[in-house]
Design a protein around this ligand. Sequence first.
Ligand code: XMP
Ligand code: MG
Length: 186
Amino acid sequence: MKIQDIQNEVVREVVSEQDIDNKLGEIAKLIEKDYEGKDLLLVGVLKGAVMCMADLSRHLSRHLEMDWMAVSTYGHGTTSTGVVRILKDLDTDIENRHVLIVEDILDSGLTLSWLKNNLSTRGPASVEIFTLLRKPDALKIHVEPKYVGFDIPNEFVIGYGLDYAEKYRNLRSIATLHPDVYTQKS
Ligand code: XMP
Ligand code: MG
């Protein structure tokens, strides 16, 4: 789905499809260099990171493995509850593995800080974070991602994996939603 398909639901495009693709290509080159000679396990955070995982991994010209975790911090609204719960754990034993967490967005930092600490207790060789988006003004906990795609303003965004009430994940770019959508009953 493109912005044009939902023009009256969107206020503005924040990151275009082309800019996402270019950035993932650049970051893939850095990852190839940083992890040269090391095995690499990408851990995607469901469901938002599905698109990032699919596209970042295909930019990587090397072998890697993928695993997935599902955690919950958000309900159906647009503000974080601060509660992190594991809905689906890894299938892989990460002891002595180089783990790169793949996340769609770093907002307050609660999710990624918690996740990095949790994975660190499992004896990995390393745990680092890739996040496509970061909202610097929303950060409540210090989290240092190794790779950041784009710093964006502190507004609720949808698209490219990010949802509002489970919709808009299939939007190809990233956009801000019209406030009418929040108040509509569906
Ligand atoms: P925290 O606050 O823990 O949030 O850094 C990370 C998780 O919150 C969700 N999130 C968003 N989802 N648009 C969304 O669709 C947003 O603007 C947004 N900000 C945070 C997201 O699931 C992320 O994993
Ligand atoms: Mg969400």
